[in-house]
Design a binder for this molecule. Structure first.
Ligand code: ZN
Ligand code: ZN
Length: 278
């Protein structure tokens, strides 16, 4: 399986248009060792020909252009065979509205996510220009869906939202708390992408950016006693990568102690353009 990170930041990206936190300033003026990042979107393929997007960020158009494998090969064509939505947040779904131009789309989502996006959303009309413009496929928690099958010995990507069996790719960019299902899904994954939104519970409050805590926004922080770094320390996962990184997160700074802690524990911090071959 081929995996390419098209965007690695949480909603807002880094720098975020209305933020001058240390990281955002650093990404603009070079005063901090940090890379700019677009909002989270990952693309995967079994054969390098047919690709699926994991989430559709508001920056999806530029993200597609950034990766030649996703470019059309004929007038009116796309190697993108479908889009999987991990939840209904705007930074994961707005990109669907950018994928118009009369192109049929196949979208995989839970029924709750589908309903939230389709019903009482006047903008959704833009994807209802012709019958069958969007085909929704229902993801059920714990159920497998076969994305591609080619009869040969190539294995398909099984997306199993949360269950404990071993999977090549486990993609969990938004984790509110560590349930036993999350822990067992992470354990033994060939490649684990995990919620790296915040380093600490009070990151936004300390900056004066928001009154919200990480837990109010359903994101488990990386650091601290109950954080994912400590809690997932025992997971048998060969490749573990933090993604959906909020621009306030100190792990984005390459020469900061929080980054050293993550590196030292064997985790990677996702970058736009990162590629993995499984
Ligand atoms: Zn998000
Ligand atoms: Zn910022």
């Amino acid at each position: 399986m081929k995996i390419r990170v098209l965007g690695s930041a949480a909603g807002g990206g880094c720098p975020q248009w209305n933020c001058a936190c240390r990281n955002c300033r650093g990404a603009r003026d070079g005063s901090v060792r940090i890379e700019a990042r677009t909002q989270e979107c990952v693309t995967v393929s079994a054969d390098g020909e047919a690709w699926f997007l994991l989430n559709a960020s508001p920056e999806v158009r530029a993200q597609i252009e950034s990766f030649p494998a996703l470019h059309p090969r004929r007038p009116r064509d796309s190697p993108i065979q479908g889009i999987l939505l991990t939840n209904g947040d705007l930074d994961h779904t707005l990109g669907l509205l950018c994928l118009r131009e009369s192109h049929p789309l196949v979208v995989y989502a839970t029924e709750a996510v589908r309903r939230g996006f389709v019903e009482s959303n006047v903008l959704y009309r833009t994807l209802q220009r012709f019958p069958g413009q969007v085909s929704w496929r229902t993801l059920r928690i714990g159920a497998e869906v076969e994305l591609w099958k080619d009869g040969g010995d190539r294995s398909g990507l099984s997306v199993e939202a949360l269950r404990g069996s071993r999977r090549a790719l486990v993609y969990l960019p938004a984790v509110g708390r560590l349930t036993p299902e999350v822990v067992s899904a992470a354990d033994g994954a060939g490649c684990l992408f995990f919620d790296g939104t915040f380093w600490s519970e009070d990151e936004l409050r300390e900056l004066g950016a928001s009154e919200k805590r990480a837990s109010d926004m359903a994101h488990l922080p990386i650091g601290g006693a109950g954080g994912s770094l400590a809690a997932l320390g025992g997971a048998r996962t060969s490749l573990r990568i933090y993604i959906h990184l909020n621009n306030t997160n100190p792990v984005l700074r390459e020469d900061w102690p929080e980054r050293a802690a993550v590196d030292g524990a064997g985790w990677q911090v996702a970058r736009d353009g990162m590629e993995i071959e499984l």
